[in-house]
Design a protein around this ligand. Structure first.
Ligand code: ADP
Ligand code: MG
Length: 240
């Protein structure tokens, strides 16, 4: 479970998270929507400890992410994160890229890491690209490789930050299908996305972020069908 308790965070004078309270249960799929600059990416980077917070608490399975005593490297192993773009090592094959972290971070043998990497690459539909170099992949295939790379660490949680935003429109679907598959398998996920149909279709809950505040959270039917807040209504009208 991920527990976010009254989290505040500023960059310089600008407060970008203004007291966020949010709990994501095991097996839940939460999507986060909201305008540019509303704090969505910052929230994800705070959850896995890439960014410090100013006050409040974030607990992952009861471990306080920002406590001095927390072993962040260990904690991050259970939280996979995939961004809009991941620059894979161009001189390594797809398989080698995906085995890197299990070998270096988890200390797996080459064979062990390759078995897991191959399994995850097949899982995301890249079983025939193991020996291919990343630059030969389409954008959608590269994003699926990035997902396989995160999954190869056997995370308990996955955070996705606009993973389809940099893709050509015809490649968006294959990546969303991969996310949907993970959701159906019971992965606990937080997905920041602009894909409203995906949010409506796949999430258990949708959170709308507005200027550093979680303005509204609820079931997809509520957020998209009967939003309670005027700011949510305005945002949804602007993206439709
Ligand atoms: P979103 O993902 O919702 O578009 P972000 O979380 O990326 O929003 O950013 C929230 C605000 O914080 C924005 O105004 C952004 O410019 C600012 N910001 C994000 N990261 C940094 C940073 N590392 N240093 C300074 N300002 C930042
Ligand atoms: Mg962002």
């Amino acid at each position: 479970m991920i527990e976010i308790q009254n989290v505040r965070k500023s960059f310089g004078q600008m407060e970008v998270l203004k007291g966020i309270d949010l709990t994501v249960a095991k097996g839940e799929v939460l999507t986060v929507i909201g305008g540019s600059g509303s704090g969505k990416s910052t929230l994800l980077t705070c959850i896995n400890g890439l960014e410090p917070i100013d006050s409040g608490k974030i607990l992952v399975d009861g471990t306080e992410v920002h406590a001095k005593s927390t072993n962040l490297n260990k904690l991050r192993q259970k939280i996979g994160i995939v961004f809009q773009q991941w620059n894979a090592f161009p001189h390594l094959t797809v398989l080698e890229n995906v085995t890197l972290a299990p070998r270096k971070v988890l200390g797996m043998s080459k064979g062990e890491a390759e078995a897991i990497a191959e399994k995850q690459l097949r899982h995301v539909g890249l079983g025939d690209k193991l020996k291919t170099f990343p630059t030969r992949l389409s954008g959608g295939q590269q994003q699926r490789m990035a997902i396989a790379r995160a999954l190869a660490m056997s995370p308990d949680y996955m955070l996705f930050d606009e993973v389809t935003s940099a893709l050509d429109p015809q490649l968006v679907g294959e990546v969303l299908e991969t996310l949907k598959m993970l959701a159906e398998e019971g992965m606990t996920m937080i997905c920041v996305t602009h894909e409203m149909a995906f949010a409506r279709d796949v999430s258990n809950r949708v959170a709308y972020f507005h200027k550093g505040v979680m303005a509204e959270i609820g079931a997809p039917d509520q957020i998209f069908g009967a939003p309670q807040e005027e700011v949510t209504r305005q945002f949804l009208a602007s993206v439709r």
